[in-house]
Design a protein around this ligand. Sequence first.
Ligand SMILES: [Ca+2]
Ligand SMILES: [Ca+2]
Ligand SMILES: [Ca+2]
Length: 262
Amino acid sequence: MGGGVPEMESRGSSWPGGDVMKMIWSACGWLGLATVVLFCQTLRASGAQVSLAWDSPSTNVDGSPLTDLAGYRIYYGSASKAYQSTVDVGTATSATVHGLEPGQNLYFAVTAYNSESNESPFSPEVVWNSDVNSDGIPDSWELANFGSLNAPNSGPDDDFDGDGFSNLEEFYAGTCPTNSADYPGVSAASSNGQATVSFQALAAAGAAYDGYQRYYVLERADDLMKASWTAVSGFDNIQATNQILTVSVQGTSFYRTRLWLQ
Ligand SMILES: [Ca+2]
Ligand SMILES: [Ca+2]
Ligand SMILES: [Ca+2]
Protein backbone atom coordinates (compact mmCIF):
# COMPACT_ATOMS: atom_id res chain seq x y z
CA MET A 1 0.00 0.00 0.00
CA GLY A 2 2.23 2.80 -1.20
CA GLY A 3 1.21 6.34 -0.54
CA GLY A 4 0.95 7.15 -4.21
CA VAL A 5 -1.65 4.54 -5.06
CA PRO A 6 -4.60 6.00 -3.16
CA GLU A 7 -3.79 9.33 -4.59
CA MET A 8 -3.98 7.98 -8.13
CA GLU A 9 -7.23 6.17 -7.39
CA SER A 10 -8.67 9.26 -5.85
CA ARG A 11 -7.85 11.37 -8.84
CA GLY A 12 -9.19 8.70 -11.13
CA SER A 13 -12.51 8.42 -9.40
CA SER A 14 -13.16 12.08 -8.81
CA TRP A 15 -11.95 13.35 -12.14
CA PRO A 16 -11.39 10.64 -14.68
CA GLY A 17 -8.66 11.61 -17.03
CA GLY A 18 -7.83 14.74 -15.10
CA ASP A 19 -4.66 15.37 -17.02
CA VAL A 20 -6.48 14.74 -20.24
CA MET A 21 -8.84 17.52 -19.33
CA LYS A 22 -5.91 19.85 -18.88
CA MET A 23 -4.73 18.97 -22.33
CA ILE A 24 -8.20 19.25 -23.74
CA TRP A 25 -8.73 22.78 -22.66
CA SER A 26 -5.23 23.74 -23.46
CA ALA A 27 -5.66 22.48 -26.96
CA CYS A 28 -9.00 24.19 -27.33
CA GLY A 29 -7.36 27.44 -26.42
CA TRP A 30 -4.60 27.11 -28.95
CA LEU A 31 -5.64 24.75 -31.64
CA GLY A 32 -9.11 26.22 -31.39
CA LEU A 33 -8.14 29.32 -33.28
CA ALA A 34 -8.37 27.71 -36.70
CA THR A 35 -4.63 27.46 -36.73
CA VAL A 36 -4.53 24.23 -38.68
CA VAL A 37 -4.18 25.14 -42.30
CA LEU A 38 -3.73 23.37 -45.56
CA PHE A 39 -0.96 25.23 -47.24
CA CYS A 40 -0.33 23.33 -50.41
CA GLN A 41 -1.43 20.44 -52.46
CA THR A 42 0.51 18.91 -55.28
CA LEU A 43 0.13 16.13 -57.76
CA ARG A 44 2.38 13.14 -57.96
CA ALA A 45 2.22 9.98 -59.96
CA SER A 46 0.98 8.07 -56.96
CA GLY A 47 -1.84 10.54 -56.35
CA ALA A 48 -2.17 13.84 -54.60
CA GLN A 49 -0.49 14.92 -51.42
CA VAL A 50 -1.62 17.47 -48.91
CA SER A 51 0.46 19.45 -46.47
CA LEU A 52 -0.81 20.73 -43.15
CA ALA A 53 0.65 23.01 -40.53
CA TRP A 54 -0.50 24.08 -37.10
CA ASP A 55 0.52 26.12 -34.11
CA SER A 56 1.72 24.35 -31.00
CA PRO A 57 -0.14 24.79 -27.71
CA SER A 58 1.97 26.36 -24.96
CA THR A 59 -0.22 26.43 -21.89
CA ASN A 60 -2.50 24.23 -19.89
CA VAL A 61 -6.05 25.18 -19.14
CA ASP A 62 -5.06 26.62 -15.79
CA GLY A 63 -2.62 28.96 -17.46
CA SER A 64 0.46 27.04 -16.45
CA PRO A 65 3.08 26.36 -19.10
CA LEU A 66 2.63 23.18 -21.07
CA THR A 67 6.02 21.60 -20.47
CA ASP A 68 5.47 17.95 -21.37
CA LEU A 69 4.14 18.17 -24.92
CA ALA A 70 5.26 14.96 -26.63
CA GLY A 71 3.80 15.11 -30.10
CA TYR A 72 0.89 15.41 -32.50
CA ARG A 73 -1.35 13.09 -34.42
CA ILE A 74 -3.07 13.84 -37.70
CA TYR A 75 -6.47 12.27 -38.16
CA TYR A 76 -8.19 12.17 -41.51
CA GLY A 77 -10.97 10.49 -43.40
CA SER A 78 -13.59 10.88 -46.08
CA ALA A 79 -16.35 12.01 -43.73
CA SER A 80 -16.43 14.96 -41.38
CA LYS A 81 -15.37 14.09 -37.83
CA ALA A 82 -15.27 10.36 -38.64
CA TYR A 83 -11.59 9.81 -39.25
CA GLN A 84 -10.37 6.45 -40.46
CA SER A 85 -6.63 7.18 -40.61
CA THR A 86 -4.07 8.41 -38.12
CA VAL A 87 -0.50 9.55 -38.54
CA ASP A 88 1.77 10.23 -35.56
CA VAL A 89 4.13 13.00 -36.61
CA GLY A 90 6.08 13.42 -33.39
CA THR A 91 6.78 17.00 -32.40
CA ALA A 92 6.78 18.39 -35.93
CA THR A 93 4.18 21.12 -36.50
CA SER A 94 3.69 20.35 -40.15
CA ALA A 95 3.31 17.19 -42.16
CA THR A 96 2.42 15.92 -45.59
CA VAL A 97 -0.09 13.19 -46.30
CA HIS A 98 0.45 11.27 -49.53
CA GLY A 99 -1.46 9.07 -51.90
CA LEU A 100 -4.84 10.80 -51.88
CA GLU A 101 -7.48 9.77 -54.39
CA PRO A 102 -9.11 12.10 -56.96
CA GLY A 103 -12.68 13.12 -56.33
CA GLN A 104 -12.61 12.20 -52.67
CA ASN A 105 -12.64 15.10 -50.25
CA LEU A 106 -10.76 14.52 -47.05
CA TYR A 107 -11.28 15.99 -43.60
CA PHE A 108 -8.32 16.61 -41.33
CA ALA A 109 -7.85 17.36 -37.66
CA VAL A 110 -4.86 17.36 -35.34
CA THR A 111 -4.47 16.39 -31.71
CA ALA A 112 -1.66 17.02 -29.26
CA TYR A 113 -0.49 14.54 -26.64
CA ASN A 114 1.80 14.84 -23.67
CA SER A 115 4.47 12.61 -22.15
CA GLU A 116 1.81 10.76 -20.18
CA SER A 117 0.03 9.92 -23.45
CA ASN A 118 -2.90 12.14 -22.62
CA GLU A 119 -4.39 13.37 -25.84
CA SER A 120 -6.26 16.54 -26.60
CA PRO A 121 -9.52 16.56 -28.52
CA PHE A 122 -9.50 17.31 -32.20
CA SER A 123 -8.47 20.69 -33.53
CA PRO A 124 -10.92 22.52 -35.79
CA GLU A 125 -11.37 20.54 -38.93
CA VAL A 126 -9.99 21.49 -42.31
CA VAL A 127 -11.24 20.10 -45.59
CA TRP A 128 -9.14 19.16 -48.57
CA ASN A 129 -11.23 19.59 -51.67
CA SER A 130 -9.65 17.03 -53.93
CA ASP A 131 -8.00 18.63 -56.96
CA VAL A 132 -5.49 16.07 -58.12
CA ASN A 133 -5.31 17.51 -61.64
CA SER A 134 -4.45 20.89 -60.14
CA ASP A 135 -6.80 22.88 -62.37
CA GLY A 136 -8.33 24.92 -59.58
CA ILE A 137 -11.67 23.13 -59.73
CA PRO A 138 -12.54 20.47 -57.14
CA ASP A 139 -12.47 17.05 -58.79
CA SER A 140 -15.87 16.14 -57.38
CA TRP A 141 -17.43 19.03 -59.34
CA GLU A 142 -15.67 18.00 -62.52
CA LEU A 143 -16.71 14.37 -62.13
CA ALA A 144 -20.30 15.32 -61.36
CA ASN A 145 -20.61 17.62 -64.37
CA PHE A 146 -18.30 16.13 -66.99
CA GLY A 147 -17.89 12.50 -65.94
CA SER A 148 -14.12 12.59 -65.85
CA LEU A 149 -11.18 14.86 -65.03
CA ASN A 150 -10.05 15.16 -68.64
CA ALA A 151 -13.26 15.35 -70.67
CA PRO A 152 -13.14 17.59 -73.77
CA ASN A 153 -13.84 21.26 -73.04
CA SER A 154 -13.91 20.64 -69.29
CA GLY A 155 -10.88 22.77 -68.44
CA PRO A 156 -11.21 25.80 -66.18
CA ASP A 157 -10.89 28.27 -69.07
CA ASP A 158 -13.18 26.33 -71.40
CA ASP A 159 -16.83 27.27 -71.81
CA PHE A 160 -18.39 23.85 -72.29
CA ASP A 161 -21.96 25.05 -72.80
CA GLY A 162 -21.12 28.25 -74.66
CA ASP A 163 -23.05 30.54 -72.33
CA GLY A 164 -20.24 33.06 -72.09
CA PHE A 165 -19.02 31.90 -68.68
CA SER A 166 -16.01 29.64 -68.28
CA ASN A 167 -16.27 26.38 -66.40
CA LEU A 168 -14.25 27.91 -63.56
CA GLU A 169 -16.61 30.88 -63.41
CA GLU A 170 -19.59 28.55 -63.32
CA PHE A 171 -17.97 26.58 -60.50
CA TYR A 172 -17.61 29.78 -58.48
CA ALA A 173 -21.13 30.88 -59.38
CA GLY A 174 -22.76 27.52 -58.69
CA THR A 175 -24.40 27.39 -62.10
CA CYS A 176 -24.47 24.37 -64.39
CA PRO A 177 -21.52 24.27 -66.81
CA THR A 178 -23.37 21.98 -69.22
CA ASN A 179 -26.58 24.04 -69.45
CA SER A 180 -26.34 27.21 -71.51
CA ALA A 181 -29.58 28.51 -69.98
CA ASP A 182 -28.05 28.47 -66.50
CA TYR A 183 -25.49 31.19 -65.86
CA PRO A 184 -24.86 33.94 -63.30
CA GLY A 185 -26.70 37.19 -63.80
CA VAL A 186 -29.34 39.65 -62.66
CA SER A 187 -32.84 40.11 -64.03
CA ALA A 188 -34.89 43.27 -64.37
CA ALA A 189 -38.65 43.61 -63.98
CA SER A 190 -41.29 46.31 -63.73
CA SER A 191 -44.50 46.27 -61.75
CA ASN A 192 -46.96 49.13 -61.18
CA GLY A 193 -44.48 51.54 -62.63
CA GLN A 194 -41.68 50.45 -60.30
CA ALA A 195 -38.63 48.88 -61.86
CA THR A 196 -36.69 46.32 -59.88
CA VAL A 197 -33.53 44.29 -60.31
CA SER A 198 -33.23 40.91 -58.65
CA PHE A 199 -30.93 37.93 -58.44
CA GLN A 200 -30.76 34.69 -56.53
CA ALA A 201 -27.87 34.20 -54.14
CA LEU A 202 -27.07 30.54 -54.65
CA ALA A 203 -25.91 28.70 -51.54
CA ALA A 204 -22.62 26.84 -51.85
CA ALA A 205 -23.98 23.30 -51.69
CA GLY A 206 -22.37 19.98 -52.44
CA ALA A 207 -19.08 18.22 -51.82
CA ALA A 208 -17.14 20.54 -54.12
CA TYR A 209 -17.91 23.44 -51.78
CA ASP A 210 -17.09 21.74 -48.50
CA GLY A 211 -15.68 24.32 -46.13
CA TYR A 212 -16.85 27.28 -48.23
CA GLN A 213 -19.71 29.74 -48.27
CA ARG A 214 -20.69 31.86 -51.26
CA TYR A 215 -21.01 35.63 -50.90
CA TYR A 216 -22.42 38.27 -53.21
CA VAL A 217 -22.31 41.97 -53.71
CA LEU A 218 -24.71 43.86 -55.97
CA GLU A 219 -23.06 46.82 -57.66
CA ARG A 220 -24.50 49.79 -59.52
CA ALA A 221 -23.14 52.24 -62.06
CA ASP A 222 -24.96 55.27 -63.42
CA ASP A 223 -22.67 55.62 -66.40
CA LEU A 224 -21.15 52.59 -68.03
CA MET A 225 -18.61 54.77 -69.82
CA LYS A 226 -17.20 55.87 -66.49
CA ALA A 227 -17.38 52.33 -65.16
CA SER A 228 -17.60 53.51 -61.59
CA TRP A 229 -19.25 50.57 -59.91
CA THR A 230 -20.26 50.91 -56.28
CA ALA A 231 -21.94 48.45 -53.93
CA VAL A 232 -25.65 49.00 -53.45
CA SER A 233 -26.32 49.83 -49.80
CA GLY A 234 -27.50 46.73 -47.97
CA PHE A 235 -26.45 44.40 -50.76
CA ASP A 236 -22.78 43.94 -49.93
CA ASN A 237 -21.15 40.86 -48.43
CA ILE A 238 -24.37 38.84 -48.65
CA GLN A 239 -24.00 35.23 -47.52
CA ALA A 240 -25.97 33.09 -49.94
CA THR A 241 -28.77 30.84 -48.72
CA ASN A 242 -30.64 30.58 -52.05
CA GLN A 243 -32.52 33.76 -51.17
CA ILE A 244 -33.79 36.06 -53.93
CA LEU A 245 -32.65 39.64 -53.47
CA THR A 246 -34.53 42.53 -55.04
CA VAL A 247 -33.73 46.22 -55.20
CA SER A 248 -35.89 49.06 -56.52
CA VAL A 249 -34.41 51.02 -59.38
CA GLN A 250 -34.58 54.78 -59.81
CA GLY A 251 -33.72 56.38 -63.12
CA THR A 252 -31.26 54.86 -65.54
CA SER A 253 -28.61 52.71 -63.94
CA PHE A 254 -26.71 49.52 -64.51
CA TYR A 255 -26.34 46.56 -62.19
CA ARG A 256 -24.03 43.61 -61.84
CA THR A 257 -23.23 41.06 -59.18
CA ARG A 258 -19.87 39.89 -58.04
CA LEU A 259 -19.49 36.73 -56.01
CA TRP A 260 -16.83 34.80 -54.22
CA LEU A 261 -16.26 31.75 -52.06
CA GLN A 262 -14.67 31.94 -48.66
CA1 LIG B 1 -9.63 19.41 -60.43
CA1 LIG C 1 -20.32 28.02 -69.47
CA1 LIG D 1 -24.04 27.31 -67.82
